[in-house]
Design a protein around this ligand. Sequence first.
Ligand code: MGD
Ligand code: MGD
Ligand code: MO
Length: 614
Amino acid sequence: MLTPLIRTGEKGSGAFKPISWERALSIIVDRFEAIIASANPTAILPYSYSGTIGIIQNGSMDRRFFHRLGAATLERTICAAAGTEAFRYTMGASVGLQPEETRFANLVIVWGSNLVVTNVHQWLYILEARKRGAKVIVIDVERTETARQADWFIQIKPGTDLELALGIQHVLIEEELINGSFIERQTVGFRELAAHVATYSLDRVERMTGINKEDIQRLARMYGTEKRSFIRIGNGQQHHHSGGMSTRAILSLPALTGAWEAKGGGAIYFNLKHGEYSSDILHRPDLRTNEERRVNMNELGKVLLSQQEPILALFVYNSNPASVAPDQRKVLQGLARDNLFVVVHEQQLTDTAKFADIVLPATTFLEHDDVYRSYWHPYWQLGRRVISPIGQSKSNTELFRMLANAFHFQELCFRDNDETLMKQAIFGDSSVDSGVWEQFLSGKPIRWKPTHLSAQQIEPWKIGEYETPSGKIELYSEAMHEAGLPPLPEKIPYKQAAAPYQLIISPSRKGLNSQFIEYAKGKPVVQLSKEDAMREGIYDGDRVCLFNDHGQLTCTANVSEACQQGVIIARGVWWHHQHEQQGNFNTLTGGDLSDFGGGATFFSTYVQVKKSEA
Ligand SMILES: Nc1nc2c(c(=O)[nH]1)N[C@H]1C(S)=C(S)[C@@H](COP(=O)(O)OP(=O)(O)OC[C@H]3O[C@@H](n4cnc5c(=O)[nH]c(N)nc54)[C@H](O)[C@@H]3O)O[C@H]1N2
Ligand SMILES: Nc1nc2c(c(=O)[nH]1)N[C@H]1C(S)=C(S)[C@@H](COP(=O)(O)OP(=O)(O)OC[C@H]3O[C@@H](n4cnc5c(=O)[nH]c(N)nc54)[C@H](O)[C@@H]3O)O[C@H]1N2
Ligand SMILES: [Mo]
């Protein structure tokens, strides 16, 4: 769609007619002003995530606008919140190895990540390491594309990585395969951790993880005798109830062997520290004058259906919650509410946009400029527009400049153009370094250490000073204790659903979350093991129905060697029409949050399966 649209049919039906930008903006102003007058600006909820992760289009003018308006604040927790919090408690921040260094590792453990699909550039470095003789181990619940290329694939029961990590530590400590000097200099809480892991006997860990104890021992010995070990910590082990604790348990490993000090040794999860920018200058939280109301994006469905302080307007951009969000049935019920005013700024008429009252056309990365950074490497680069905006589409920054103007916001920051915003992203409040800026404009990547960070904040192991309360790696965390959490890595009990199969819905090669996948050939399928198929009377190619308390979904089943018993594998966030129903695999996910950090728990989903009559 290339013009603003106004809804003419039922919510969700996709019936719209074009209107002018002027009219669209004036409708938004009127509705928002009515909400502010009759209720509270915090009844207006912005909802955005990673449609683009270019810095200024991802979050700059939009944040200023909503702070100034006094709208609710969205906690952006759908991706890596629990793991990031685990890093903060343990390492002080989201620090990690520089990706280029990983070529020098002698042992690589890919732990809950399907690199060949999701982070192929990391895989290339791993292949380089392998050429030098490195061994590559993959720990996954599915025999994935990555697992099939490993020297050793270890198939683990979903959500039991914490136990495996503690079992390895049990062996490391018992067999004295640890680095006492590093532990002494750079960690706190070793004694408490040692007593804790002593209770994770190999028998116990074997029972929990489904990995036999000889393998756990062999893995521990390999890890303990090779200092140049690199763990690529994936999001797969994190998108579970125990995602925070699991990430934290894995993080004790390089601390016990001192791998951080060896060339190519350490770990990478989300390398956010070296891409950290001065977000306050871009986001301007100081523009807010009312009390903040925070909403966890993983609870969108619940929040939209709540009668208490009801949300009266939802403004979606850079995201597609009707497809990507957990607890989808509630999200769709919420979006369909008659008295909810929904605006969606989109490139496409997504499943979310179909519920909008007003749809606004958005530019693509080919039509706007941005500073691109990474979750993984430390380089920043200009992505320059290569064509003018098509039709009447507007970039995110332009849209929120227009909205600020329509609301007569007088603050000068609403006049900043994209070049100014990019300078603020790169240089923060320090003066512009013209050499760096010229290099950036030339299109070359810049390796820009943000001025507000010191070298050791990015690689704290180099001098052994971390941003934790103790200044060390916290194997035992007093801060967690104070927050009412177990201070050592252990599972926090929760009520697990009764359905027998665990459904893992990980990303597809054919899409980027919900983007591009609509062009994929084929239909969504699920894979299950031969044993489970036999038990349920399902043959390869049969239509099956998956169901649980949250919803149900019919699709084709493949019997696959990649699956273990008790686990069903689905891939991809497909569009609803590709499933030929309202909803996709997320119709089966629920709204539980992770053990800490408020993270999403997509992969802790339990279902039943039966052959479908349809
Ligand atoms: N092609 C493509 N690439 C992408 C994306 C995409 O949609 N498509 N999405 C991007 C985004 S936003 C992200 S966050 C990253 C995520 O990328 P990754 O870090 O690779 O994480 P996932 O792909 O979510 O999950 C990885 C693996 O974890 C496994 N897994 C599930 N549960 C468990 C468990 O309990 N234990 C263990 N050990 N493994 C488990 C799954 O089988 C899967 O193979 O990928 C990014 N890259
Ligand atoms: N079942 C299951 N669900 C998942 C996941 C999973 O592994 N399994 N992964 C989760 C993870 S890790 C993540 S990060 C989330 C991602 O969730 P989202 O960030 O919502 O996902 P995307 O589909 O990448 O992007 C959403 C929309 O942004 C739009 N868009 C792109 N560029 C722009 C722009 O410049 N401006 C505007 N206004 N819109 C733009 C796209 O057209 C797209 O419809 O999904 C989560 N959902
Ligand atoms: Mo993500």
